[in-house]
Design a protein around this ligand. Sequence first.
Ligand code: CTP
Length: 431
Amino acid sequence: MHGKSILLIVGGGIAAFKALELVRELRRAGAGITPVLTENGARFVTPLSLAALAGAPVRTSLWNLEDEAAMGHIELSRSADLIVVCPATADLMARAATGMADDLATTLLLATDTPVLMAPAMNVRMWQHAATVANVATLRARGVTVLEPDDGEMACGEFGPGRLPEVAAIVAAVTALLPSRLREGLGVGSDSRPTPRHPAQDFPPPTPPAAEGDRRSTGRGGLVGTRALVTAGPTHEAIDPVRYIGNRSSGKQGFAIAAALGRAGAEVTLVAGPVALATPPGVRRVDVVTAREMAAAVSAALPCDIAVMVAAVADWRVDPAAGKLKKHKGGPPDLALVENPDILASVGHGTPRPRLVIGFAAETDDLLANAAAKLAKKGADWIVANDVSDGVFGEDRTHVHLVSHKGVEDWGGASKAEVADRMVARIIDAL
Ligand code: CTP
């Protein structure tokens, strides 16, 4: 984030104090922060603490002559690389969705042509109310990235979705949204929108294994002008400061696919779990640790034309203990597992939907039946089925089947790089 500038609008909710932590993390990552505090935000955090952490004066009003003389609000709304609203309250989102401009925050949001990220926080009933659902849909349709709030116990004592996403997840989303040097260098605007179209009908008829034709055009720029999103590697879910829930994914297949998409000319965002692999040339990489961080980075990388979800996302997380769990305290700890968001399903069933959504299925039993079930459940166009019963993790070779609504293809044994090339050739055909 070095050299990037972020306009941070802090709304009026109990989660506003988390905006202070966000400021610290964004500055640690090298970003410059211009803070804006709404009138109600100032009921929860003081301008002084926000200014001290941001290292910059706080703007609070549209009507402050000194502030306006220093930088007018129109210029302020356009001077940043990204606008982040944290917390985005139901009221602030409603006013932004209806185009109101009755305070500095809403005026900035109306006057800007800069990408906007909103991190919502509110009571669960407010989040689920038809009015908020419609406002969020309106904002998303206009290109605003609205993150999904977290699920859990709320400050008001109720349970459900509505908690502010974790600060690390917001940081991951910011990283995915900030215009990269690569994108700037290519002259590709962040507002380039892929065209909506469902590709399932384009899937060619099943062919025998290892058709030579599939290797033809991957390096020839067949995907120039498209945006691709790849997830790769495992996620780690902390149990305590020293332990985590994880899996054996090495990230090799996802990185190979990101590299092949990049060679074919796509503008690639690779959201990578914790792996020790080099970033493929020309690929924009967003590092994450947890499933929720991955979900936020993925949602910030949308819209795109092609989504390939290769990551082995941990299905469950626990509420991590603040200190190391000790074994002598009355037997094994009681770890209450909470289900993580299904990232592929939210992309496959969500809007804006990429033109082509591809998932992976790592199975030990009933490979093809399980993969076919995931196709429908996750709203994918293709599922790459991978038999992991005798050790594919970390290896360079694999054996996959491509499962689509049209049938099943056995791609036979191949290196992960060959699978990536063949998939990219097939993507070029389908698009
Ligand atoms: N996936 C995801 N988010 C999750 C779980 C899985 O995006 N929380 C994606 C993976 O990246 C992969 C596909 O869904 O593309 C299938 O993953 P897999 O682990 O095989 O399936 P699960 O949904 O976890 O089902 P199960 O563990 O019951 O087989």
